[in-house]
Design a protein around this ligand. Sequence first.
Ligand code: FA5
Length: 373
Amino acid sequence: MSAPNKSYDPVEVEALKPEEIERMREEALAAFAAAADLEALREAKAAHMGDRSPLALANREIGALPPQAKAEAGKRVGMARGAVNKAFAARQAELEAERDARVLVEEAVDVTLPHDRVAAGARHPLVTFCERVEDIFVAMGYEVAEGPEVEAEWFNFDALNFDPDHPARAMQDTFFVSGKDAKGESGVVLRTHTSPVQVRSMLDREPPVYVVCPGRVYRTDELDATHTPVFHQVELLAIDEGLTMADLKGTIEHMVTSLFGEGLRTRLRPAYFPFTEPSAELDMECYVCRGASVGNPGRPCRTCSSEGWIELGGCGMVNPRVLVAAGIDPEKYSGFAFGFGIERMLMFRHNVEDMRDMVEGDVRFTRPFGMEI
Ligand code: FA5
């Protein structure tokens, strides 16, 4: 700032000359008019309205003028600054309006565009069916338990009383991930059934144990109308004091009623599984013909092939050897187990003729099952 000017003539202070002030005002107005967008306007504002702008510097010179000149110079600079502020505000409003109009066009949503060209997905009927079965047992106080699909041979076979050379191992043709090592330690397999989860559940918990174990299992079966190499099973295990085959039968009857309706009979046929003793195959009365098709060619039943009964799965009382392998006292506790294939159950529950339809991912198969979540 200049030193106080006692013998004052404002014309002598260069920055305060009227034509200088006018030039500053014109330049500011021209810069605002030339600003093409709000960013450029912000820069023009800093240059012409900021602390170091020509008009701000001129304003500071006023303080150095003698009192009689201050009013006139102040009025001149103030009017110029007022005009600059006004021009800035007007240009800002103009550019903001342009920006808003542009955003409205660029971000417009065409509400008339079709929104439903991609069909909404739905969960696979195998999954929803599995969960329905789980729900039945959870409602009875069972816990859902899961185990690994890549399983130690020990859990899949040895702990379940399959002897190393027992022909029962060949009952379930196995995908081996790795064989036994040189020390004869357990190999690794893709589990062939959900029964290893029985052993894991007993090792993880103190009795009583009530678990339902759904999961994917693998066998070297060819894919055909009634087999797939990857399928689903649900396993049931109950360990408590005093459990008998009657408890097993009653429990399965409750599941059958929940899934297929009231009044269907079940029956046990002798069978063999190394991990249950005694073992049985469990059949339910055909829920479609209720036996009326048996010996009645005039009324054939596709669901049970006119046999009157549908095979549900394998079951039995847990073999005491399995209880011992899982650290449970067979003198005190007994238990039952039941395992069945979900694909086969879904087949007869919904009259699916070919199991391959379940794995090929064609929505024409899944669509009739609806959007159940
Ligand atoms: C077992 O896997 C025993 N773990 C079941 C069990 C559990 C018995 C507890 C006793 C106590 P199985 O090999 O029969 O049993 O198989 C059970 C079910 O799996 C069969 O009834 C069938 O529904 C289904 N299943 C077997 N192989 C296939 C396959 N390749 N494709 C589709 N489903 C299959």
